[in-house]
Design a protein around this ligand. Sequence first.
Ligand SMILES: Cc1cc2nc3c(=O)[nH]c(=O)nc-3n(C[C@H](O)[C@H](O)[C@H](O)COP(=O)(O)O)c2cc1C
Length: 458
Amino acid sequence: MSTTPPPLRFSAFVMNTSSHILQGVWRTDEADNINFNSLEHWVNLAKVLERGKFDFIFFADVVGLYGDYDGGYEKYVQAGLQIPSNDPSVIASAIAYNTTDLGIAITSSVLQEHPFNFARRISTLDHASNGRIAWNIVTNGLSNASRNFGFDQLEEHDERYVWANEYADVVYKLWEGSWDDGALLQDKERGIHADPAKVHKIFHEGKRYRVEGPHLVAPSPQRTPVLFQAGSSPAGREFAARNAEAQFIIAPGPEQARALVDDTRARLPQHGRDPHDLRFFQGLNFVIGSTEEEARRKEHELEENIDLDAMIAHLSGAIGIDFGSHPLDTPLGAIETEGIRSVIDWVRESVDGREATIEDLGRLQGRNSRVVGTPEQIADQLELWRDAGVDGINVVNASIPGSYVEFVDHVIPVLQQRGLAQTEYAPGTVRRKVFGDDHLDERHPAARYRGAFTPVGV
Ligand SMILES: Cc1cc2nc3c(=O)[nH]c(=O)nc-3n(C[C@H](O)[C@H](O)[C@H](O)COP(=O)(O)O)c2cc1C
């Protein structure tokens, strides 16, 4: 039996906004990020990604502001930090129309849309793209987003995942159970558009949702889109183990990734799934040079272009601590917080011989998961990630489309030569390309809704 490992999968981690992860770099000459309102901007990028045989363009999304920085939201607006931002699902159909193989992954939180309408939107897109849609299921961690949707405050952390499980069940029922195979006839001669005996109401009654059905869209090529999840707390891992086909992680290094992958895979059998039913995509940013020296110089330029204050603001808002009201040299140990401590503890451990400061937090956040070097050196590093159990890489950008043009032109060919990246797309839906089948396997919890709503005796 061959022991050659499969190639890594590649996806482009983007957001329909000017400033997503690496703050401040939208200002550089090579960055076209500010043209995110234009369909051409995204279609052009998608074509670059297809040239490089990327599996997905992966859109992050949030539906509110990050928590206050220096007492308010001014910094986010001034820095273009995920505001303004547009709905990724609207441009997905333009990307689908102008490409043939690229998967289109859209983040949508359970907060932002009722599951009935969300299921309809996704099925419509899956039809329009011939089965190339993926959904990144997120729970929303932003208080402002909760208030935008009429809640007084953010739902408690683990309860958000209970909510997400119910949401997932509603959409699984609609996608997998509402229409039987063969229901759609479109028989002009007999005048039967679809067979009513094969189209079912789902009568979902749960804690948060009551949905009668039937699903308004006939089964799309994948029925359920490819399911991504991002969020690595114990509750997040459990949710991924039940629902996800791919998890998006940002581990500080291959060894930490291995621990995360092993822990999460071990949770799958409790949900009736095989440990390898879940794949892992690590987020990495690349600084590429024709020599190591050139790469280091480009890294230096990147550092100069990063807006440190905005990096700290993003992190502040995401973890719930307003660092903006403290000077940059404030020792992290001196900060009292009810927010998430794990990031702070990680930065304190990473700085040797002295107490880490708020400035270190911002700088390390930018450097975290950065790979710098020649294409060959980058390939060496990616082998380490693959050996640690990572299945794919979500490529973080410093400029759009520049970061991806560089990666596709200079790194992908080296990876292809080494068997680390695919040279051709497999045919069919994106699930078939990546997982070998158009539909979710029978071990997935959504599969139990197949045929579940057929009236007894029929
Ligand atoms: C790599 C990564 C990407 C994420 N992308 C998004 C996103 O685009 N939109 C969003 O609302 N939340 C996003 N999240 C947040 C998670 O969905 C989740 O709310 C957060 O990580 C807290 O969950 P946890 O405690 O289980 O980690 C992301 C998280 C990670 C780790």
